[in-house]
Design a protein around this ligand. Sequence first.
Ligand SMILES: [Zn+2]
Ligand SMILES: [Zn+2]
Length: 348
Amino acid sequence: MKAAVIKKPGVIEVEEVPTPEPADGEVLLKIETCALCGTDQRVLSGEKHVDVPIVGHEITARVHSLGKNVRGVREGERIIVQTVIGCGRCQMCADHRENLCENTFKAIGYQFNGGFAEYMIMPKSGVDQGCLIPVPEDLPAEVGTLIEPLSCCVNGMNYIPMEDMEHVVVFGGGIIGVLNSLVAKARGVPTVTIMDVSQERLDLHKKLGLPIDNLVNSLGGDPVEWVMGHTNGRGANAVVVAASVKLIVPIGMKALRRGGHISIFAGMPKSDPAQSIDLNLIHYNELNVHGATSSAYREYLTARDFLVSGKIDGKQLVTHRFPLEDFNNAVKTQADPSTGALKVVIEP
Ligand SMILES: [Zn+2]
Ligand SMILES: [Zn+2]
């Protein structure tokens, strides 16, 4: 089969490799579409290390063949892949919160080969956990790839009572900021604002016709003042930090109304993650601070339902498609804001 193989940090070659065979309990998948994500970019550029030569975890595929003793999966079934595989023994895994596995979860595209190839193995631990999640035949494969990143946003937003809210502000207009915003809209928030420092990005959202109420360039003025000016001086009900910029956290807190929620969705630079914040703002204003990391099975089902029902329109988010042979071009396109790329997918 063909696969995009990491030869050394920053060097990827599309080459012929042996098609894997499913061992006992494993399932061989034929990849329909696999999308590039920000984490893949960091791995492919050599900035982040993974244990395997083939990455890619936003996957729509078809079950090609089964190893021995596989139950609950049938050949020909169309599925998407749950990325995170928990240990299956801890209390978090027992509660189906595999993303919080107390023994550190493993993941497709990190510890197991991923979807930038014609075929991929779902390991036994993933099959047993239920990582092959059925999707309807008529769901476009490229829209199916959005279920994984959308499930992460569903997870982060689960901590926030969106149904009672007037105004949610998302800092960061990349695909993750957009998906968080669309979850807020799908959950009925009347006004959702994206703030970003890139006018190019905001123009792209407008061009794509995304249902975001306000697209605000945060370089154009004080973001806190903007929020206060658009909420009768009360502040936003919730702020989502969807960009890896530490300073957004204290700014976002100041933009919240009393009793507001802030979700720190983005991971911060590992070498320097500390940020000083005014704890009295949390204390006196009774702010709620939430984390978010990856997602578990239930959030995949919610994300799938949002996309299948059309409550979230996934079609407008995929801007570029490449065959596997053009993998390096796809990576360049995704990394270059001037290309107008929001979501780039590979069709092996
Ligand atoms: Zn991802
Ligand atoms: Zn566990």
